[in-house]
Every structure is written in C-alpha cells, then in structure tokens.
Design a protein around this ligand. Structure first.
Ligand code: PFF
Length: 445
C-alpha cells in the first residue's frame, strides 16, 4: 500500500479531471444515438430525471467512500465493511476491463477520423458515401486495430506518467476547448437547412415513443456517462482532500457532463435531420453524419480535425480513469508495480478488444444473445454491471454507512448539510428501487 497518497493539485483540477472521466465517448458518440433511437425529447427528459434523481447522489456517494478511505474500490469496501462487501469493488474492476475492451476500439475510430479528416477524405461526399466509408473502415480486419493499439499505448503512457499532474493539467485546458468547439458546432448544426425538424425531435417529447426500453436506456446511459457504479468516481475521490466541498464539486462535475451531452445532441441530431437520415441509425451516427456537416462548413477540415482530436482526447481522459481503477487495485492490493499493472492490464484489454473490433466485420456473424461482441460488451457493462454496482453502492452508503456517510460529505464537522436527509432517502429507497425495477424490466420485461 502506498504510504502517501497523491492528491489533486487544486479544486479546479479535480473538477476538470473528474469531468474528464465523465465526459467521453458516452456524451458525444453514445448520447445522441441513444436519444435518436429512443424517441428524442422524451429520452432527454427521462435522462435528465435519472441524473437528478440518482446520478448526482451516486456520484456523491462514490466520492465520499473514496475520500474517507483514501483507497482503491476493493480496499475501500474492505476497510469500511469487511471482505464480503469488497466484491462490489471487484465487480467494478472487472467492469473497467470490459468497458475498456470496446472503449479502445471506438476511441481508435476517432483517431482514424482525425487522419481521414486531415486527408480530406469526405470533401464533396454526401452522408451515404460517408456511411460506406465508415462501414468499410470498421469492418476491415486490421486497420481499426492499429488505431486501437495506438490509443491503448497512449492510455498506458498517461497512466504510467502519473495521473494527477498529467491528466489534471491537460484536462484543465482541454475540457474548456472541447466545450467551445461543441458550442460552435451546435450553432452550425442548428442553422443547417431542414435542421428545425431535428431540433423539434430533440426538444419536444413524443411520449407515445416511450417504452420500458426507453427507461432502461436512460438509466444505462446515466451510469455510463457519469462513470458510475464501478469505482471510477470512488478512485478519483480517493485523491480528494478534505478541504474540498464535496457536494458542490460533485454537482459541478455532473452539471458539466450533462451540459456536454445536451450539446452533443444539438450538434448531431439537427444535422441528421438536415441530411434526411434516420435518427435511429445507431452507433455509427457521429461518424457518418458529422463529416458531411464539416464538408459544408467554411474551414470545415480544420473544424473536423479539431473535433475528432478533441473527441479522442475526451476518450483518453475517460479511458485513463478506467485504467486507473484497474491499476490502483493491482498496485494497492496485489503489490504490483505501476508499470507492470498498467502495461499488463493494457495488453489484456487490447487482446479482448481484438474480437470486439472484428465483430464489426469478419466476425459479425458471431453473436452472443443476438448481439455483436461490441454491443454485448456495451450492454453487459452499462445495462447490467454498472447498475448492479450502483445498486449496491446506494444500499451500502444509504443503509450501512447511513449518518456516517453524511459526516464523510463534510469538510469539517460543523459544516451544515441541509439536504443530507434527502440524499440518504434517495440512496436508501429511490435509487435501489428504481434501478432494481429497470434491471428486472430488462431481463423479464
Ligand atoms: N463516462 C465515460 C463516457 O461517458 O464516455 C465512460 C466511462 C469512463 C465509464 C470511466 C466508466 C468509467 F469508469
């Protein structure tokens, strides 16, 4: 176990690094297509409800566990409650592995798109032609894996170099840059001809589209986007100092993550409608439609390159937090060196990433429960493992820690916590019942 634990250099550093974990492919790649295939505005409202009703409370719960124990997820649960609860931390470590196996593949796509943009691949092409390029690229056996390998190496490199100062410093200027770029792109997108239908689809809820699947999708998306239920926030909380106002800073992180998702929807969906495409096109939406938007913009190539570079960086800061969960476990609990833990885990992740990447092409016929490896890994983590982890974290903090958890939120004993009762109520009842209901719907509904 490390004697002196590293801490964030500043409050802003913590907020930007944690927002760096939360803001990633989930916001820019996943959120718009989830909204697109789940009824648009109705999904948006249900998603916001999930964030408000249990997302923020769970982020605070994880940060509180991390900050009081100053340990990795497995060690943290063991310290507070003994061996059996440490299984929840173990589930988190396993979840991180599986998420990373598809995260590095999709992050590789964004790297490839930087290169494609720079080579002006999409100049003068329409969305149909972009779709062909995308499909050909992801289904080819080797090329996507080369990009996934590059991304994996970068991810390992950052974790080896130490997360706190590297990631913290990088996140502090990269996150605002990503934000500004998204605002510019959103303005461009909503002013495209025919974009109005997309804005209406996105902002005006059509409740007739809502099914049990919409609710499940929103819950899964909230977990994935907020990096919840698997110990990433817990690990970042373990680098937090007592002086930080935990509820306020957690709200900032959640607010930033939500804002970026909302903006990404406003970039993608109006552009999809403007191009006359189906919003339910699924996972390829960002990659097929955005290049057409850039192709029409003045200086579109520059914007396109910048967008995919920043998306890759957003993915990197998220992937680093995932790998950090795994590494902190192997270093703290198994006595591995940071170098061995990060490179070994990175190698295993890449190996699992191989079938995931091939599932988009030569292995597309191989399915588990009717899903490709990529969809299955995504489904298992965001719709099953993260909600189950979140359920146990809510029960743990709400019932097992109870008033002790409220103390853990405080920077000093006299600090007043006016909404502490509401927080515990959510963790004790609202979150567990809501999540359990969604899980049961998912399996039997
Ligand atoms: N929140 C990230 C995203 O939205 O892309 C994904 C993620 C990062 C999930 C870290 C879980 C995690 F621990």
């Amino acid at each position: 176990m490390t004697a002196v634990r590293e801490h964030w250099g500043s409050r802003m550093g913590f907020i930007m690094a944690s927002a760096g974990s939360a803001v990633g492919l989930g916001n820019v790649w996943k959120f718009p297509y989830m909204a697109g295939s789940n009824g648009g505005g109705a999904f948006l409202i249900i998603y916001l409800g999930c964030v408000l009703f249990f997302g923020l409370s769970l982020v605070m719960a994880e940060l509180a566990i991390g900050r009081t124990t100053q340990l990795n997820p497995v060690g943290a649960f063991r310290k507070l409650a003994g061996r059996s609860w440490s299984v929840v931390g173990g589930l988190g470590v396993a979840t991180a592995f599986i998420i990373l196996s598809f995260y590095v593949v999709v992050a590789g796509w964004t790297l490839a798109y930087v290169v494609f943009m720079a080579a002006d691949t999409f100049g003068g092409l329409n969305v149909d032609q972009n779709t062909t390029i995308f499909t050909q690229f992801v289904s080819s056996p080797v090329q996507p894996l080369v990009y996934a390998a590059v991304f994996t190496v970068a991810m390992i490199g950052v974790v080896l170099g130490g997360v706190a100062s590297g990631i913290e410093r990088a996140s502090k200027w990269l996150m605002p840059l990503l934000f500004v770029l998204l605002v510019v792109l959103a303005i461009r997108s909503v002013t495209l001809p025919g974009a109005g239908a997309g804005i209406a689809f996105y902002l005006m809820p059509d409740w007739s589209q809502v099914t049990a699947g919409t609710w499940g999708g929103a819950v899964s998306q909230a977990f994935f986007s907020l990096s919840l239920g698997m110990g990433a926030m817990l690990t970042y909380g373990s680098y937090m100092s007592n002086e930080q106002n935990l509820p306020r800073d957690a709200s900032m992180v959640v607010g930033l993550d939500t804002l970026v998702a909302l903006l990404a929807g406003l970039v993608i969906l109006p552009a999809v409608f403007s191009a006359g495409l189906e919003p339910g096109a699924g996972a390829g939406l960002t990659f097929m439609t955005l290049p057409a938007v850039f192709a029409e913009m003045p200086a579109g190539t520059i914007f396109g390159i910048a967008f995919f570079v920043l998306l890759a960086i957003a993915a990197l800061t998220s992937a680093v937090s995932l790998l950090e969960v795994v590494v902190s476990y192997f270093v703290d609990e198994k006595g591995f060196s940071r170098t061995i833990a990060a490179s070994g885990a990175g190698l295993v992740i890449f190996m699992i990433g191989i079938p995931v990447s091939l599932s988009q092409g030569v292995w597309s016929d191989v399915t588990i429960a009717g899903k490709s490896f990529l969809d299955f890994a995504d489904f298992m983590t965001s719709s099953v493992m993260m909600p189950i982890g979140g359920l146990f974290i809510a029960l743990f903090v709400g019932w097992f820690m109870g008033p002790r958890a409220v103390e853990a939120l405080k920077s000093h004993p006299e600090q007043s916590m006016p909404l502490a009762g509401l927080w515990l109520f959510i963790l004790r009842f609202v979150a567990p019942l809501g999540i359990a209901w969604i899980l049961i719907q998912g399996f039997f509904g």
